[in-house]
Design a protein around this ligand. Sequence first.
Ligand SMILES: Nc1nc2c(ncn2[C@@H]2O[C@H](COP(=O)(O)OP(=O)(O)O)[C@@H](O)[C@H]2O)c(=O)[nH]1
Ligand SMILES: [Mg+2]
Length: 452
Amino acid sequence: MTDTIAAIATAPGQGAIAIVKISGKDCLKILQALTHRPHFAPRKAILVDCFEPSGDLLDQALALYFQAPHSYTGEDVAEIQCHGGVLVARLILEACLKAGARLATSGEFSKRAFFNGRMDLSQIQALQQLIESQNASMAKAMAKQLKGGLKDFVHSVRTALLELIATAEVLIDYAEEDLPENLPEMMCAKMRPTLEKLQHTLEVSKAKQAQLEGYTLSIVGKPNVGKSSLLNALLLQERAIVSPLAGTTRDTIEEVIYLNGSCVRLVDTAGIREGADVIESLGIARSKARMQESQIILALFDLSHALDDQDMHILDLLAKQQDKIILVVLNKSDCVKKLDTPALLEKLPFIKAPPLVLSAKGSPCLPLIQEALAPFMQTDLPDVILPALSQQEALEATIAHLQEATKPLARLELELFAYHIKDALESLARLTSPYNTEEMLGVMFSKFCLGK
Ligand SMILES: Nc1nc2c(ncn2[C@@H]2O[C@H](COP(=O)(O)OP(=O)(O)O)[C@@H](O)[C@H]2O)c(=O)[nH]1
Ligand SMILES: [Mg+2]
């Protein structure tokens, strides 16, 4: 970490501004070479001209200088906010490299922040999840953890476990006959709130996993019920081809919309039916696979037709997807009704939500779907949530060690009890402090984008 690193921190593309970041001891020197300006007051936005080493002017930009240790990485840091687009930031970065910086690797700024004690592992992870978050509540929860919410949680559990060890160690010095009779119960009772807290956090974290990743919603039904029409209505654009010919949609069509505070990937699928040709059959297989991967299914039926074998086949498929959020949508409400709705619903006793009656062709569908799904997409999140698998594993290990600790208690083996609690403490520490191997840190930071 002795060299100075630089990278473009913003996404490539036609944005209005782009940011080049520099960190390391030569930061000021590079800034001076780039701008021909001798002095930079820390934490002040300064309008600068940026030059190539040849002397050619590259851009007019805003430069910000942060003096170590008061910076993101804990080192000298500079940010150059230049004009966006694909080229300007690249040229400025190249000028920085020519002036002595080295191109940063993915996540290297955050890695330096970590090694310089600016952030612990829980905060680094929260930061990554904040960037990845597809859901407003998850993003808010991660922002709290970035500020240290998870660190505080770990600290409170740690304090409780240390107290347990302290109690055990005092009692170890007692002769066996002097130990309180109810010792196992007493210690278990002392441990219980912590154990319950950890178990609850683990449960919630697993259950809310999908919220970090956003939802996938697939629109399924037999051909011609109006799936593509509904997709178009939800996207407010003619994205999919709509036609009265059965089998028009042969591939899955996917677009992301923002619904009830979440990014939702909408999937329009090929109508599911028997006896389709080879290409359509491939599309149907894909539809079924996407349906299985979805968290939400809109099951479409056509009000203008009586229930037939193809609908029955859809009903069979739905019966195998009972763990999902399924909404029955009765389409073509503008037509003469031939569908026996009560008979249909009778076959779907596992669906809790009332069916939604609409016309994909005629009426605005987005508010209706949004409202119908709102109760199932509720996003109350606790302050502490651990979306990363490695975090959940650390929590699981902590819980397992605590459970293991109760066994020697029954035999009044306090040393062994304390030993297991120490193991629990070690597992818990994986949430906030360095992993013991460089390799694991490497894996973690490599997931970061360049410039973070
Ligand atoms: N009357 C009426 N026709 C509809 C409605 N929704 C779709 N259609 C028509 O039904 C046919 C099939 O629609 P499409 O969206 O391609 O169905 P898909 O095969 O399920 O994707 C087209 O002719 C649509 O115009 C609706 O709400 N009312
Ligand atoms: Mg279609």
